[in-house]
Write a protein that binds this ligand. Structure first.
Ligand code: PAP
Length: 360
């Protein structure tokens, strides 16, 4: 019998883990609250605004440049979100740094008490949520949840909840930053590959227009990339991971690609659900890595019945899965452009102890 979605403990009294956000049903609708876009309209109207590409604009909100359609949800998250004393898991990242993959890995790991990890994904068995849903439907972007007026689902979710955000550390709600039980996992990525990935993604969304590549590339220099300045975003989490390693885990996309098994073990230990020897012997970690592989998630996203509803626009589920490699930037930019970018970032990150030099 499949586990009941809302039971949060196993017979042994241990946490059974999260359920897919999409599967949560709020009895009675949860009560209507004003949508953030309406509630914060007057405040937003006073914030500095600039064009980031011919088709997108960003607003400056307390030091970070946030995409217009993402901003109300960011504000609501900061003001309304209440972390639970039992502890929540927050996945944080800049856009296009491996969020979708991290969502899948963290969900499969945290929910393994509720959903057995299949050893094979080729038999058409759709019992595991990641074989029928996009990882974004399992772990929601909290900004999207607030924008869509779905916050009652956050309250209905069993603990531990897993949520994700693109917000910089400085904009996280106090209930998260001051909690001793909330766990934050950040994933960074070499910005040159991040930019290529973003360019492909955004052009899929705004078809038939095409954003000039130079607009996306220069968004780093112009602080126009979503959640910019990006080095402040990275260092905000990096510094906290050094100061409070039990509370903030800092991952690099390139490291996860190099050694996914080691990184899944790290995630499990960090969230307080280390793998037992029996699980290791049974190959559970390898099965999680396989379940969350690009090929497998891509196939599941195609199986997903609808496009993933992000903000008010529909985004094709499969658009979150492209190449998943390190160094694709070399196919798009000249060595001079790359060198200038490397130098610029090295200057910004100087003295922090963090660098991208091992990420190609
Ligand atoms: P988001 O911020 O919109 O959620 P995000 O998931 O962070 O996007 O980034 C997408 C990138 O992760 C894509 O990179 P690419 O364009 O360079 O290929 C995507 O292919 C990659 N990605 C998604 N899933 C996986 C996976 N399972 N393994 C490795 N890379 C992945």
């Amino acid at each position: 019998m499949p586990p009941s979605p809302m039971s949060s403990t196993t017979a042994a009294g241990q946490s059974a883990g999260p359920v897919p956000f999409k599967d949560i049903v709020v009895v009675g609708g949860g009560g209507a609250r004003q949508l953030p876009a309406e509630e914060y309209r007057d405040i937003i109207a006073t914030l500095p605004r600039k064009q980031s590409t011919p088709f997108t604009t960003v607003h400056e909100y307390d030091g970070a440049w946030i995409l217009d359609d993402w901003l109300p949800g960011t504000m609501a998250f900061r003001r309304r979100f209440e972390a639970r004393a039992a502890g929540d898991v927050v996945l944080a990242s800049l856009p296009k740094c491996g969020t979708t993959w991290l969502k899948a890995l963290a969900f499969a790991t945290a929910a393994r008490g509720r959903y057995d990890v299949p050893s094979s994904c080729e038999d058409g068995d759709r019992r595991h949520p990641l074989l029928r849903l996009n990882p974004h439907e399992c772990v929601p972007f909290v900004e999207v949840v607030y924008n869509a007026g779905e916050e009652a689902k956050l309250d209905a979710a069993p603990s531990p909840r897993i949520i994700s955000t693109h917000a910089p550390y400085s904009l996280l709600p106090a209930s998260i930053t001051q909690s001793s039980t909330c766990k934050i996992i950040y994933i960074s990525r070499q910005p040159k590959d991040m930019l290529i990935s973003f360019w492909h993604f955004i052009n899929k969304r705004i078809k038939p227009n095409i954003i000039p590549f130079s607009d996306i590339w220069n968004s780093i220099y112009n602080d126009a990339y979503p959640e910019s300045p990006i080095w402040e975003h990275i260092l905000g989490y990096w510094n906290m991971s050094k100061m409070e390693p039990d509370r903030v885990l800092f991952l690099k996309y390139e490291d996860v690609l190099r050694d996914p098994i080691k990184n899944v073990e790290k995630i499990a230990e960090f969230i307080g659900q280390p793998f037992s020897d029996a699980e290791k012997e049974a190959g559970i970690i390898e099965s999680i890595v396989k379940l969350c592989s690009l090929e497998n998630l891509k196939a599941s996203a195609m199986n997903s019945t609808s496009n993933y509803q992000r903000l008010m626009k529909e985004v094709p589920s499969e658009s979150f899965f492209r190449k998943g490699v390190v160094g694709d930037w070399a196919n798009y930019v000249t060595p001079d452009m790359a060198e200038r970018m490397d130098k610029y970032l090295a200057e910004k990150l100087q003295g922090s102890g963090f660098s991208f030099t091992d990420c190609l």
